[in-house]
Design a binder for this molecule. Structure first.
Ligand code: F3S
Length: 62
């Protein structure tokens, strides 16, 4: 599984990082840093949870 983040949609809510700090990285202002993240086996559900937690709907799993 991969996670894609539309960095243009990201508004710095940092809820992805709050949900899964192992998967997501944010800058000092709370904005997501990486547009593509490889999700290790076993972390699919937390990745989906983080995607659902983004108020901007900037995160997609595929
Ligand atoms: Fe950005 Fe959404 Fe995460 S707004 S910091 S991708 S929760």
């Amino acid at each position: 599984m991969k996670v894609s983040i539309d960095l243009d949609k990201c508004a710095g809510h940092a809820r992805c990082y709050a949900t899964s700090p192992d998967l997501f990285d944010i800058d000092d202002s709370g904005y997501a840093c990486n547009a593509e993240i490889d999700v290790p086996p076993g972390q699919e559900s937390i990745a989906a949870e983080a995607a659902a937690a983004c108020p901007e709907r900037a995160i997609e799993t595929h």
